[in-house]
Design a protein around this ligand. Sequence first.
Ligand code: PLP
Length: 446
Amino acid sequence: MRRIRQPGPLPAVGSLLNEAGYLGLQERFPRALVVQAIREQLARERQAGPSGDEERLSAVGALLADWAAPRLRPVINGTGVVLHTNLGRAPLSRAAADAAAEIAAGYSNLELDLETGRRGDRSALVEDLLRRLTGAEAALVVNNNAAAVLLALTALGARREVVVSRGQQVEIGGSFRMPDVMRLSGARMVEVGTTNRTRAADYEAAVGPRTAALLRVHTSNFRVTGFTETPPLDELARVAQRHGILLLDDLGSGALEPIFDEPTVAESLASADLTTFSGDKLLGGPQAGIALGKSATVARLVKHPLARAVRVDKMTLAALEVTLRERLLGRPSPVASMLSATPAELRRRAGFLMVRLEEHGVESSLVEAESAFGGGSLPGRGLPTILLALDGRASRLAAALRRGAPPVLARVEGDRCCIDLRTVLPGEDDALQEAIEAAVLASRDR
Ligand SMILES: *Cc1c(COP(=O)(O)O)cnc(C)c1O
């Protein structure tokens, strides 16, 4: 039975604060926050009409709970997209994540040489590892690869010309377009060649007295096929050398080992004066921009004022240091493990899950498909995989999974809601099973 309310005047904030229910809220939340929530609720009531006392209290409590709820949450990646930009790209190894947490929670020798007691350089903490791992003369770590490219173009090309192929005017993730970055850096872009074909001679013809560098941008997130031509990097290096200008290489993914036809860091360093790539793509580390190259070139980046604006923070450095040490010691990153998972392993894992789900009344089947690299790496390359395809309405199931705890991101293939176990981390299978069961129930209830 519903009480019929008299639409009376709204209570004063001050008097509500002294009522038992609101005093209870003030034990869990700061008084000022409770005041904000009450004000917001009263504002709503002014629009929609007054609420009953209990209704109002629970609405205020719900507002506070919502405001205090975690926003950035771990999710289970069932999409099979290994470097999923929307899901945070590379998952760190446990050791790398622990290092970041430990350094974050205390003081560290971030910019202090413990031997001499003098001021140190934060990027130098990982420079030795980077040099040993890649053979580069010098290294600088910044906030991300977009920042590394911007810094390189600004420090090396501002008020001068940088020659780039029309086929490499790439856009990476909407906000990073090479022509825009070029403009921002103050370097004048000289475009050569066509979308599908550019020759070394095109670069050579564009070099003039104001040319600072040739820039190669790895077309990491798309693939031009058919009648195409791009000069190999060593040919560009010869052009650059003949004219006494620099060769810059935006490598993107930073593959240390050959993987499909992705250019490797070593290949790039053999020809380019400066190579930049992301820390959180194929390297499998935290978000960072890594610039490697000749000492004189890297030094110009280090000295530029913009370097300060794009510097890397201590948590990133801590995670990167561990990531690099793991690569040096030949330990695979979580990204590498996911990329190397075989269809047989994935079939076994998916099969287990299928059986356990069936025991709980959830029907599914196994489907052959392909996983993607994602994150602008290796476009058009799929890895054979086995999907767990759930019975039921795909879009409804996918939404229920996404809204679950933990949220699960599935992949809708045709009209099936599917999970690709390639990107489900070891140890997440039980949580995934429970999340699927809950989502199936939730989507049936509707
Ligand atoms: C991914 C990518 C970038 C941007 O790197 P972030 O680390 O995301 O800033 C720039 N250039 C290329 C070629 C890329 O693939």
